[in-house]
Design a protein around this ligand. Structure first.
Ligand SMILES: NC(=O)c1ccc[n+]([C@@H]2O[C@H](COP(=O)([O-])OP(=O)(O)OC[C@H]3O[C@@H](n4cnc5c(N)ncnc54)[C@H](OP(=O)(O)O)[C@@H]3O)[C@@H](O)[C@H]2O)c1
Length: 338
């Protein structure tokens, strides 16, 4: 007798079989739907987005990270953490959300074995908030990891505010487009560093000054900064740190684009070990919780911050979406619609 899978209990998901080129290691499959446990919500995904941990795990770089993700293939086969969608069902002890609610959030840091490159996922209720109606599912899903990284970097780690000068290297990327706008809403003076084709974009996000990295090495400029958020780490940290004003904060925030055994990790380590008088070096570690998500949603809902999306791919072309991010020149975010 021929067996057919019960499609009501399964879902389409993008499954990763090994490490390497996205087109080679990512494939569509029908697998069992996850089920919401205690405090968890089953979400019917409408959109997700690609972040550095996704392309890093697909490519398996830096190689050293495979010690944590799995030596030959990732132990968690589905990529993705950002999410926007509709609540399908709730588990025990879920208090606020109901089936039919539109939500945004992230699985990041939850310890969940699920992913978001799929039709359904389960997320802890505490890592979800109501999606503003004025925001598309794609914008909502593309805002979460990069928005929370930028918010934490500017507000808590850097302490951006009126009278502070902020420099953002990689201002046209996912984190950078958010960081420029958030620093402006906090009242800082902002300089963005990006490539020629993105100068107007970064200016339109509110940057007071824009440096084209194809024409000028930003580490050679005379200006001094209170906060430097470096999303690229393509210059030696000591050269970047020379631009810091007294009591300035350097925030190295990149695993680097080079791949290999350690990629940009030695540079990040060198940066954190630097001692430069009164200046500080601090890393960004963001938390996905309701307080931070509400702060991000407020910025988006009020129109103070917009989500820049380069391209949206359908779920079955998730490999192309990841490959796009691996080119390291997306304008803002790469989204996936489900
Ligand atoms: N701390 C955290 O929790 C956290 C979370 C997420 C991400 N991150 C880190 O944040 C970093 C940025 O992430 P993202 O999502 O913003 O990446 P992204 O969207 O890929 O950003 C790429 C940026 O890098 C710039 N760039 C690429 N090559 C360059 C070069 N040779 N010289 C100068 N600029 C170059 C691009 O500028 P042009 O295209 O204009 O040239 C663009 O602005 C990642 O390395 C990641 O590790 C950290």
């Amino acid at each position: 007798m021929k067996m057919t899978k019960d499609r009501t209990a399964t879902m389409l998901a993008i499954v990763q079989d090994g490490y390497g080129a996205p087109e080679r290691v990512l494939r569509s499959d029908h697998i069992d739907r996850p089920q919401a446990g205690t405090g968890e919500v089953l979400v019917r995904l409408r959109a997700t987005s690609v972040n550095t941990p996704d392309w890093g795990t697909v490519a398996g770089v830096p190689y050293v990270l495979r010690l944590g993700t799995g030596l030959r293939r990732p132990a968690r086969p589905i990529r993705g953490s950002d999410l926007a969608g509709v609540v399908e069902a709730v588990g025990p002890d879920v208090n606020d959300l109901r089936p039919g609610d539109e939500v945004l959030g992230s699985l990041w840091g939850s310890g969940s074995r699920a992913g978001t490159f799929a039709e359904y996922t389960v997320a802890p209720e505490r890592q979800l908030v109501t999606k503003p109606t004025g925001l598309s599912f794609e914008e909502a899903a593309a805002s979460v990891m990069t928005g929370l990284t930028a918010l934490t970097a500017m507000r808590e780690v850097g302490g951006a505010g009126p009278g502070k000068r902020v420099l953002v290297n990689g201002a046209s990327g996912g984190v950078g487009t958010m960081a420029v706008q958030i620093a402006k809403t906090l009242g800082a003076e902002v300089t963005g560093v990006c490539g020629t084709g993105n100068v107007e974009l970064v200016r339109s996000l509110g940057a007071d000054h824009v440096i084209d990295h194809t024409k000028q090495d930003f580490t050679q400029i005379q200006r001094r900064y209170d906060i430097i958020l470096d999303n690229v780490l393509n210059r030696p940290p000591s050269a970047t740190a020379r631009l810091l004003a007294p009591h300035g904060v350097f925030i190295p925030n990149s695993i680097g684009n080079t791949g290999g055994l350690l990629a940009g990790l030695p540079r990040t380590l060198r940066a954190t070990l630097m001692r430069k008088g009164t200046t500080k070096v601090k890393l960004v570690k963001f938390a996905v919780n309701r307080e931070n998500l509400d702060a991000l949603v407020h910025l988006l809902e009020s129109g103070q911050v917009r989500v820049v999306i380069d391209t949206t791919y359908p779920l079955d072309q998730a490999a192309s979406a990841v490959a796009h991010m691996l080119g390291h020149h997306a304008r803002g975010k790469v989204a996936i619609s489900v």
